[in-house]
Design a protein around this ligand. Structure first.
Ligand code: AMP
Length: 481
């Protein structure tokens, strides 16, 4: 039975508070089906699209079931990409915030030492990509002996990327006594085999996407010669004049080319592709999420799973050669049931891919006639005005949650033998602050970070200026997010 309210499930008040502050009013379909099953510790296979609320569907029951006092990792979420790992980590962290759930993300192309250091601390949930998970298991720094919950997210994508053997290697390192959740948009036989082999009488749920991305989004296409694409892009962006726009190209080279062209035309614009450093990719993605610039040129690294709200226009500068990628790309607009728009440029050479897409989505994308130069000139003024104004900064998903939470930085850490109990002890001695007001504590070499809930951050900050911690006055200030 699907419940209409989160409060109908037996969830702790800490979780309900976070859910409400994240502005989740009622469970989505997938959440309605998955939460009760996982709360009963049963294995589950979920066939559902991204954007359906599937992350919270597993994150909510996992955060509920975790034993806070247990220090070694109890849940492992495997994701195909680093970007998704980071996003899922943040989602779980937000949901488990008032239960003080510690979540660690581990992924490649990023210093392994930092991740090992994090894993040495109390960690409840690990989210990671297959290669790095295996590396850390082999180095003996990721202790999997206590894993009770395993999530295999975007299993079909994992298969496409050749990770299935890696998944098996990881599973062979986990205890048999565990709950396994497998999520996938499609169910190819390799994934069914994986489920049969490693899951115990799984419950199977399929979430029909009534309002499919491809139905919800207005799609159009333009025929164009390769040589004329740049001009068409400029014309279309002038006419559409979007608040935020994601432009997809098939190759890194093309991304670089389109990006420099837009930059030269003074567009507020960034780019993202697999050839860039992970740090830079993340920076660009976060900045785009905040709405710091309007145009992002990207390869398919930005097409999957990534949750950015309010992208008004997606442009396929090149036709994707894989039909699923088409649906993923256009699905970046029209999130959370909002209307969206997707425009595809088609050269003669690409028509064969377009035919495949038509067959895959079960309809023909309407062909449009490109705007005449007078039509472009007529609206150019508004376009120029918009690109010359700073975009409105978007509120982050967890803004409501973060408002009453303050993170403090204390200038002492492991090197001075600081322990969580020293922090909790000092804070609880402050009049008006109890253990309930203290969130996740992170102790690193020479610093400690502690979250203070319930709008008590200012009070803690003020009192700690003149209260010794572990026998000495410490420098305490607000931490950056
Ligand atoms: P996902 O399918 O996990 O990528 O989630 C898609 C988006 O829906 C994310 O931005 C979530 O924060 C949001 N979301 C998840 N569950 C709910 C809910 N019950 N109500 C409203 N939004 C939700």
């Amino acid at each position: 039975m699907i419940k209409g309210n989160f409060s109908d499930y037996k969830l702790s008040s800490e979780l309900l508070k976070a859910i409400s502050m994240l502005n989740f009013k009622s469970p989505t379909k997938v959440q309605g089906q998955v939460i009760p099953v996982v709360l009963e510790r049963k294995d589950i296979i979920v066939k559902s699209q991204t954007g359906s609320g599937k992350t919270a569907a597993f994150a909510i029951p996992i955060c509920e079931l975790l034993d806070w006092d247990d220090n070694s990792p109890q849940a492992l979420v495997i994701t195909p990409t680093r970007e998704l790992a980071i996003q899922v980590k943040e989602d779980i962290f937000n949901i488990g915030r008032f239960r003080r759930i510690k979540v660690c993300a581990i992924y490649g192309k990023s210093p392994i030492y930092n991740q090992e250091r994090e894993l040495r601390q109390k960690t409840h949930v690990v989210v990671g990509t297959p290669g790095r998970i295996i590396d850390l298991i082999e180095r003996g720094t990721f202790d999997t002996s206590n894993i009770k919950y395993l999530v295999i997210d975007e299993a079909d994508e994992m298969l496409n990327m050749g990770f299935i053997r890696d998944i098996e290697t990881i599973i062979s390192n986990l205890p048999n006594e565990r709950v396994t959740m497998l999520l996938s948009a499609t169910m190819p036989t390799d994934i069914e085999d994986l489920a049969n082999e490693y899951m115990k009488e799984p419950i199977y749920v399929e979430i029909e996407d009534e309002n499919k991305a491809s139905d919800r989004i207005i799609q159009e296409r333009y025929n164009v010669d390769e040589i004329d694409k740049k001009k068409l892009l400029i014309d279309i962006t002038i006419v559409e004049n979007p608040d935020s726009c994601l432009i997809f190209c098939n190759t890194q080279l093309m991304v670089d080319d389109v990006y420099s062209n837009l930059r030269n035309m003074r567009y507020t614009c960034e780019k993202i592709h697999g050839g860039m450093e992970q740090r830079d990719r993340l920076k660009v993605m976060n900045s785009f999420k905040k709405g710091n610039f309007r145009y992002l040129v990207a390869t398919d690294v930005a097409s999957r799973g990534i949750d950015i709200e309010d992208i008004s226009l997606v442009i396929n500068y090149d036709v994707p050669q894989d039909c699923e990628n088409y649906v993923h790309r256009i699905g970046r607009t029209g999130r959370a049931n909002k209307a969206g728009r997707a425009i595809t440029f088609v050269t003669q050479r690409e028509e064969k891919y377009l035919d495949d897409i038509h067959e895959y989505i079960g309809k023909e994308i309407p062909l449009k006639v490109r705007p005449k130069s007078e039509a472009v000139d007529n609206v150019k003024h508004e376009f120029t005005q918009k690109i010359n104004t700073t975009p409105e900064i978007k509120e982050a998903k967890d803004a409501g949650l973060s408002k009453e939470i303050m993170k403090l930085h204390i200038n002492a850490g492991k090197k001075t033998k600081m322990r969580p109990v020293d922090i909790v002890g000092t804070l609880c001695n402050i009049e008006g602050i109890t253990a309930e007001d203290i969130g996740v504590i992170n102790i690193v070499d020479i610093s400690t970070f502690v979250e203070i809930f319930n709008n008590k951050g200012e009070l803690a900050l003020r009192v700690l200026q003149e209260t010794p911690i572990k026998g000495r006055l410490r420098k305490v200030n607000k931490a950056d997010k």
